[in-house]
Design a protein around this ligand. Structure first.
Ligand code: COA
Length: 464
């Protein structure tokens, strides 16, 4: 049975900080953000928004667009790493909000949980729900998988320039208009790591950014190896002499903590795949230098990162590699369109990969490319850490969805914050009653109880 993504919708909060303003205030070169990281704007939540609101607003959007009633939905999964309760799943808040619109008890028949594994958990949720459909358990109902996060980092930290907020919701069924997942190919890797984590009670994560970037690439590569074996054994792909599995992915979407991480990760995967192939000789000739090797090739990530001579040379080699005509062709045709939305919105943790997928669909369609039948590969990564590689094929009904995509319209009337306003918000100095923006047909947080008996209870309203 086919199963996959029938439709996709996003909700991005309208406040943002511009890279230029941010860089100036922190004494950084704006070009580091804009060109070095691929960050132009970072979306931020208002004082009366939380990750459950972002999720509920996205769910309402997709349900209204598809004229769905709660009866049509069999499962609602929420994936996030911005949880505000250790026990009550974010689903229940989202259901509570949706029932303000659809009526109390309207979703009672619906199942679902909150999933957590840093940025990869949405991919696990998609996989589980796809299998729920494949198993014939859905009885004609849809699953909603919503990925929602607020990527907030400490003031003055290097992560502060890779913030963002928003959610993406995917509607899954057995006759998807957009993308059918390839069966029996999903591959994972997992490892106990401390590259990025957020201990109980802490609002912002502890991040080892460079370590995390390298771990991300290594773990995704391991998952890609496993994916390769699986997809070949299913017979979906046959590798000819001199080919890599990446040649069989028309599009590649990578996890995007910031836009340029996609470039970095793709270059890493391509480089490691091509190294075994006859084409590598040609590429090396164009690069004009030998591929550097670390002093201790079997060393740890720390030892490689600490090997300054290697890191400098490797940086130079990677830069030259990404400029080769063969790599440029891969980058432009398979990845570039997926990075556009990220530069305008920033880091969405769990939702970053899927914002990239959404971006790729819109901007590839605008090029006039026929997308039906194209295979899309996904490289998902969550710190802590786990990676997942899987793929799907774009379906014949995709135009019905993609022709109406317009990121700029969806972002709407955005409000550029001054640095002063940003810092007030960042320090949580604005109250729920005193947001920057007036809500427009969306959910807002009106109260978080503080008394002993009901501490932490949240109240939301839908603003017409
Ligand atoms: N002009 C142009 N480019 C510049 C520049 C300038 N003036 N200064 C630096 N750059 C480039 C660097 O060369 C580098 O590019 P490269 O990656 O191609 O080498 C890029 O900008 C970033 O610079 P770098 O020095 O590596 O940045 P940093 O160490 O200060 O921080 C991160 C970058 C991503 C590590 C940091 O922002 C971070 O930790 N973010 C959080 C990421 C995260 O949370 N990940 C895990 C969960 S998703």
């Amino acid at each position: 049975m086919a199963a996959g993504i029938d439709d996709i919708a996003i909700y991005i909060p309208r406040l943002y900080i511009d890279a230029e303003d941010f860089a100036k205030a922190r004494g950084l070169d704006p070009v580091k953000l804009q060109k070095g990281l691929g960050v132009s704007q970072m979306a931020l939540v208002d004082s009366n928004q939380d990750p459950a609101i972002l999720a509920a607003n996205a769910c309402l959007k997709i349900m209204q667009k598809n004229k769905l009633s709660p009866e049509d939905i069999g499962r609602l999964y929420v994936s996030t790493e911005s949880s505000f309760d250790e026990s009550k799943a974010m689903n229940s808040y989202v259901i509570g909000m949706l029932e303000q619109v659809y009526g109390k008890g309207a979703f009672e028949h619906c199942g679902g949980i909150e999933t957590k594994f840093a940025c990869v958990s949405g991919s696990y949720a998609l996989y589980d729900n796809t299998n729920w459909i494949r198993a014939g358990e859905a009885e004609g109902k849809y699953a909603l998988v919503v990925v929602s996060d607020i990527a907030k980092y400490d003031k003055g930290s290097s992560g502060e320039m890779t913030q963002g907020a928003g959610s993406v919701v995917m509607l899954l069924n057995d006759q998807p208009r957009l993308l059918a997942f390839d069966p029996k190919v999903t591959a994972t890797s997992i490892k106990d790591e401390y590259d990025f984590y957020r201990p109980f009670g802490k609002e912002t994560p502890i991040v080892h950014g460079q370590y995390s970037n390298m771990l991300y690439m290594i773990q995704v590569r391991k998952a890609l190896e496993a994916y390769k074996k699986k997809i070949i054994s299913t017979g979906l792909v046959k590798l000819e002499q001199g080919e890599t599995i990446l040649d069989h992915m028309d599009y590649i979407n990578m996890h995007l903590p910031y836009s340029n991480m996609g470039k970095k990760a793709l270059a890493y995967l391509v480089r490691h795949e091509w190294r075994q192939l006859p084409r590598w000789k040609r590429v090396l000739t164009e690069i004009g230098m030998d591929e550097p090797v670390p002093k201790d090739p079997r060393g740890t990530i720390e030892s490689v990162l600490g090997d300054e001579e290697f890191m400098t040379k490797d940086h130079e080699f990677t830069k030259l590699f990404t400029k080769t005509s063969e790599y440029q062709e891969v980058y432009e045709s398979k990845l570039a369109s997926s990075l556009i939305a990220s530069t305008m919105i920033g880091n969405l943790y769990t939702a970053s990969l899927y914002l990239g997928f959404r971006s790729s669909l819109e901007f590839e369609f605008q090029k006039g490319i026929e997308l039906e039948g194209k295979r899309v590969g996904f490289g998902s990564y969550g710190s802590g850490s786990s990676a997942m590689v899987f793929s799907g094929v774009i379906q014949s009904g995709y135009k019905e969805i993609v022709r109406d995509m317009n990121l700029e319209n969806e972002l709407g009337d955005r409000r550029r914050l001054t640095l002063e306003e940003y810092e007030i918000l960042h320090e949580n100095k604005l109250t729920l009653e005193d947001p920057v923006l007036q809500p427009k047909r969306e959910f807002v947080l009106t109260n978080v109880k503080t008394d002993e008996e009901s501490r932490g209870e949240r109240r939301y309203v839908f603003n017409e």
